[in-house]
Design a protein around this ligand. Structure first.
Ligand code: SF4
Ligand code: SF4
Length: 185
């Protein structure tokens, strides 16, 4: 289903399997004079998403539900969400967090919906949208999704918002800010 299965059988929300990596060869380059070879190797190539990528969340809820999953939260996320909900950090932690081997994650409902997912009028809404964790905020511009066009399309199989040819266009600078966010997966 396009989600990474962890060692205990759970999946990480928004995470997707990476397609097999392409095998890249430099065949042909060895026929060139050495100075040209060096120039080719040194000149950075623009990323495949240099013209930006469209993304428009359809609020389908796929990334916030499904099988068991993790929504990792940082200290910054915990403080922001606690404040947003008007809860002391300790109360928030008791009600909504779980400590796992890999870090601290939001809890989920018995049907594995994220604890903050709310369905209304056929839409899936996030109850903490303005302060949603970095993992959610930086989707779909995660490193593993922008690694190549193939990776992007692979992730898009489960996220209709990534398939939109219209809607907001995010420029390369924004995409890279998300991908390089130290708290982004
Ligand atoms: S469109 Fe994508 S980001 Fe939006 S809820 Fe669906 S799966 Fe999640
Ligand atoms: S915190 Fe919000 S956006 Fe993130 S998985 Fe839960 S419901 Fe979805």
């Amino acid at each position: 289903m396009g989600e990474a299965i962890e060692s205990n059988g759970s999946v990480s929300r928004h995470r997707h399997f990476s397609p097999a990596e392409s095998c890249i060869t430099l065949r042909g380059v060895t026929d060139m004079p050495k100075r040209h070879r060096l120039r080719i190797l040194k000149e950075p190539q623009p990323p495949w998403y240099e013209k930006g990528l469209h993304f428009s969340c359809t609020q389908c809820g796929n990334c916030c539900s499904g099988g068991p999953g993790y929504v990792w939260v940082s200290d910054r996320d915990i403080l922001a969400i606690s404040e947003f909900l008007g809860l002391a950090v300790e109360d928030f932690a008791r009600r909504y967090l779980r400590q796992l081997t890999g870090g601290i994650s939001l809890t989920e409902h018995p049907n594995y919906d994220c604890i903050f997912l709310q369905r209304s009028g056929g839409k899936a809404l996030c109850k903490i949208y303005p302060v949603r964790p970095t993992q959610c905020r930086t989707w779909p511009f995660w490193k593993q999704n922008i690694e190549s066009e193939e990776h992007w399309h692979h992730a898009a199989r489960r996220c209709p918002g990534m398939q939109a040819a219209t809607g907001p266009l995010y420029d390369a600078a924004h995409i890279e800010r998300c991908a390089n966010d130290p708290e982004s997966p």
